[in-house]
Design a protein around this ligand. Structure first.
Ligand code: HEM
Ligand code: HEM
Length: 131
C-alpha cells in the first residue's frame, strides 16, 4: 500500500510541477499565471513530501536499507532542491536586497529540480521493472 501511494503521489507531483513551471515558462502573458504557478508548485511539493514519507516508511517497514540506490539518492536531491525553489519563490517577494540574484536562482534551480524529478521518476520506474 505504501509503495502504491509512493508511485501515485510522485506521478501526481510530477504532473503538478510540470503544469506549474510550464505556466511560468509559456503563459506568463496571461493575467493569472502567478496564481496557477504558485498553486500547482505548492501542491506538487506537498505531493513530493508525502511521497518521500511513503517511500521512507515503505523501506523502513520492509526492513530495507535507506537510500540504497541511484533512484533513491536522485529522488532525495530532487525533493530537497524543489523545497529550496519553493522557498525562493515565496522569498523573492520579501527580499530587500539581491532580488535579481534570487529570481535568477529560483528560475534555474526550479528548472534543474524538474529535470531531477523526471530522472527520479524514470529511474524509479526502471527499478520497479515497469519500463
Ligand atoms: C518524482 C519521482 C520520485 C521521487 C522523488 C522518489 C523518491 C524516492 C526516495 C527519496 C526514496 C528513498 C526512500 C528511503 O530510502 O528511505 C525512494 C524509494 C523507492 N522508490 Fe521512489 N521516487 C519517485 C518515483 C518512483 C516511482 C515512479 C517508482 C516506481 C514505479 C519508485 C520506486 C521506488 C522504490 C522501489 C523505492 C524503494 C527501494 C527500496 O526498497 O529500497 N519511485 N523513492
Ligand atoms: C516547487 C516550487 C517552484 C518551482 C519548481 C518553480 C520554478 C520556476 C521556474 C522554472 C521559473 C522560470 C520559468 C521560466 O522563465 O522558464 C519560475 C519563475 C517564477 N516563479 Fe517559480 N517555482 C516554484 C514556486 C514558486 C512560488 C511559490 C512562487 C511565488 C510565491 C513563485 C514565483 C515565481 C516568479 C515570480 C517567477 C518569475 C521570476 C522572474 O521574473 O524571473 N514560484 N519558477
Amino acid at each position: 500500500m505504501l509503495f502504491f501511494f509512493h508511485k501515485l503521489l510522485m506521478f501526481l507531483a510530477t504532473l503538478c510541477l510540470l503544469t506549474g513551471i510550464s505556466t511560468a515558462t509559456f503563459f506568463r502573458h496571461k493575467p493569472n499565471w502567478l496564481k496557477i504557478h504558485k498553486l500547482f508548485n505548492s501542491a506538487g511539493f506537498i505531493a513530493l513530501f508525502t511521497g518521500v514519507v511513503c517511500a521512507f516508511l515503505f523501506v523502513y517497514t520492509s526492513g530495507g536499507e535507506h537510500l540504497d540506490g541511484i533512484h533513491q539518492i536522485v529522488g532525495l536531491f530532487a525533493f530537497v532542491l524543489t523545497g529550496i525553489s519553493l522557498f525562493l519563490g515565496f522569498y523573492q517577494f520579501q527580499a530587500r536586497t539581491n532580488l535579481q540574484t534570487i529570481k535568477t536562482f529560483h528560475r534555474w534551480l526550479g528548472r534543474f529540480s524538474l529535470l531531477l524529478i523526471i530522472a527520479a521518476l524514470i529511474l524509479g520506474l526502471r527499478q520497479a521493472g515497469i519500463i
